[in-house]
Write a protein that binds this ligand. Structure first.
Ligand code: SAM
Length: 280
């Protein structure tokens, strides 16, 4: 396998930092508990070092790589594995439901990836909200982002991504990885984060996407109160926002980042009831 990838001029902009250390690759697959019955989606296989380890353990692997300059080397590096399908697409533009049916046999699946850091948030958000039978997500990401994701909603330092993660999954940091383990090394240290998906999201809300909207609302303007954010996001009057906060049992002056998931879910449902009352 080529040690120095010929990824072309696009390499840096695609967040290409390759992993060759077999012990780190094995520990990722161990952490994801990949076994012979598993269907695995890998995002950004690069030159296929992690893909090989996954292919040796799983039933099938779908590997989605954006960079067409890598595809020939990737296919040649994986030629010995007939349980791998390489897909040359931007994962954020792919129809995940089609990919899941056609390349993963439409069965419950796991995601394992050394993610491109410039799109970590977008990819994790997309996976959490995909509505497919996703079992777990095991990803190499920036260490600082992994640490932030671990902060539960309502606690100091939490963010929109951590709220969404805790709503759908149980997060755990598996192990840190120093920048020097990659070629070329990134500017930051990394960590492998494991998200064990919950059978159901932690709280029931009227519509799946209404929680995503409420979380965006809560963290939209961090210095503003939740009342202001509700008015701006849902076009409510101040009075209406106050009624909704009271109905959900949230103090009038609370800020979005101080709210627990339970409070955010109660707000979702109160907003939906308010809309129904108005006949919307
Ligand atoms: N898995 C390889 C490894 O561990 O050596 C490469 C990991 S590298 C950090 C991230 C990979 O994601 C690169 O191969 C990059 O081209 C690919 N990538 C970046 N953006 C992508 C996107 N939107 N969709 C699919 N792949 C993407």
């Amino acid at each position: 396998m080529a040690k120095h990838p010929q990824a072309g001029g696009s390499g840096q902009s695609y967040g290409q930092h390759f992993l060759f250390d077999p012990s780190i690759l094995s520990r990722m697959a161990d952490g994801a508990r990949i076994g012979p019955a598993d269907a695995v989606l890998e995002i950004g296989p690069g030159l296929g070092t992690l893909t090989k380890v996954l292919a040796q353990r799983a039933q099938r692997v779908a590997a989605v790589e954006i960079d067409k300059k890598l595809i020939a080397s990737l296919r040649s590096n994986l030629a010995a594995y007939d349980n791998v399908q390489v897909v040359n697409e931007d994962v954020l533009k792919t129809d995940l439901a089609v990919l899941w049916r056609e390349s993963l046999g439409g069965k419950p699946f796991k995601v394992v990836a050394n993610l491109p850091y410039y799109v970590t948030t977008a990819i994790v958000q997309m996976l959490l909200g995909c509505g497919l039978p996703l079992l777990s997500v095991t990803v190499m990401i920036q260490k600082e982002v992994a640490q932030k994701i671990m902060i539960a909603p309502g606690q100091k330092g939490c963010c929109a991504l951590s709220a969404l993660v805790h709503y759908y999954a149980q997060p755990r940091i598996l192990f840190p990885v120093p920048a020097g383990a990659f070629s070329p090394p990134p500017k930051v240290d990394s960590a492998v984060l494991h998200l064990e998906m919950l059978p159901e999201p932690r709280f029931q809300v009227c519509r799946r996407d209404s929680m995503h909207e409420m979380i965006r609302c809560a963290f939209a303007m961090r210095r503003k109160t939740m009342k202001n954010n509700l008015c701006a996001t849902y076009g409510l009057s101040a009075e209406h926002a106050e009624r909704i906060l009271a109905e959900a049992g949230v103090p009038a002056g609370a800020r979005g980042e101080s709210l627990t998931l339970e409070q955010l879910a109660a707000l979702c449902n109160a907003v939906a009831r308010g809309a129904e009352d108005k006949g919307e």
